[in-house]
Design a protein around this ligand. Structure first.
Ligand code: NAD
Length: 293
């Protein structure tokens, strides 16, 4: 399939390379010329503008920083929608506000294009390894068209429902993760202060009702999970600033839906403090070292 890929950053570069590997003809564009050049080394063709990237494309995949970039790339005067051929599928994999995803999908539909939001779970390693999880919002038809493209970049592809629901799944999941990491840190700290070492507490709690992903895959106390960032001075992993971005999106969405997310708000404050104190690039499990601050 002929695919235009726009946004070749930390995540997009690996995803673009995997589309090429799967046999697609990919034309790549980014504002950063070095990123485009790296994509050509992975087998994509270079484009010097959005217009040139989408020329003849059957699908456009975007992986951009935030909603404003997505709306601009698709709907500005010289954006994707003004240049794409009728029937081109729009597939945005960025993490953006639910409202922005729904606005984009509606605008695309008004112009006669199908669009799906397909944010990812998994970081840079999963993007280059082709093992991302995609949560997809859009019509049945958009999902059916998106699935074979996403399968080249990920392992698990789930249809979450109508447009925007991919972003709903992403922010609700990450709000849960942000909160559960803090709770896990508090539990390890409490156990240790009361005389129970991290390994013994892990052996018990990972088999008991407190078990959760933050404990068993990303244990914030060094030792019990050798691959966790806590064993390499909390190098990410999943950076505090990335978690903060997702929690802020969740807070905005909660407000619009009148949802009570009290612990989500508290978690946002905790990660904000970490970021302000210079730990924005550390793994989000670094809270373990800053409880009570
Ligand atoms: P990044 O900043 O590394 O890459 C974004 C790329 O978009 C950059 O290369 C930038 O030059 C390009 N870009 C920006 N505006 C553009 C425009 N108008 N036209 C063309 N290119 C443009 O970001 P990333 O880490 O790759 O993240 C991308 C998205 O994926 C974000 O929404 C992020 O929240 C989400 N995400 C990231 C991770 C992660 O671990 N990095 C994990 C899950 C989801």
């Amino acid at each position: 399939m002929r695919i235009a890929f726009i946004g070749l950053g930390n995540m997009g570069s690996g995803m673009c390379a995997n589309l090429v590997k799967a046999g697609h003809q990919v034309t790549a564009f980014d504002l950063n010329a070095e990123a485009v050049s790296a994509a050509t080394k992975a087998g994509a063709s270079a484009a010097t503008s959005i217009a040139k990237a989408v020329l003849g494309a059957e699908a456009v995949v975007t992986m951009l920083p935030a909603g404003k970039h997505v709306l601009s790339v698709y709907f500005d005067a010289h954006g994707v929608a003004s240049k794409a051929e009728a029937g081109t599928l729009f597939l945005d994999c960025s993490t953006i506000a639910v409202e922005d995803a729904r606005t984009a999908s509606n605008k695309a539909a008004e112009l006669g294009f199908e669009m799906a939001d397909a944010p990812v779970s998994g970081g840079v390693a999963a993007a280059s390894g082709g093992t991302l999880t995609f949560m997809v919002g859009g019509t049945e038809s958009a999902f059916a068209r998106a699935k074979p493209i996403l399968e080249a970049m990920g392992k698990t592809i789930v249809h979450a429902g109508a447009a925007g629901n991919g972003q709903v799944a992403k922010i609700a999941n990450n709000m849960l993760l942000g909160i559960s990491m803090i709770a896990t840190c508090e539990a390890f700290d409490l156990a240790e202060r009361l005389g129970l070492d991290a390994q013994t507490f892990f052996d018990i709690s990972s088999k008991a009702s407190g078990q959760n992903w933050s404990m068993t895959s990303y244990c914030p106390a060094p030792g019990p999970v050798p691959t966790a960032p806590s064993n390499r001075d909390y190098e990410p992993g999943f950076a505090v600033d990335m978690m903060l971005k997702d929690l802020r999106l969740a807070a905005g969405a909660a407000k619009s839906a009148d949802a009570n997310t009290r612990f989500g708000t508290l978690a946002t404050e905790v990660y904000e403090k970490l970021s302000e104190n210079g730990f924005g690039n550390k793994d989000f499990s670094v809270i373990m070292q800053h409880l009570g601050e």
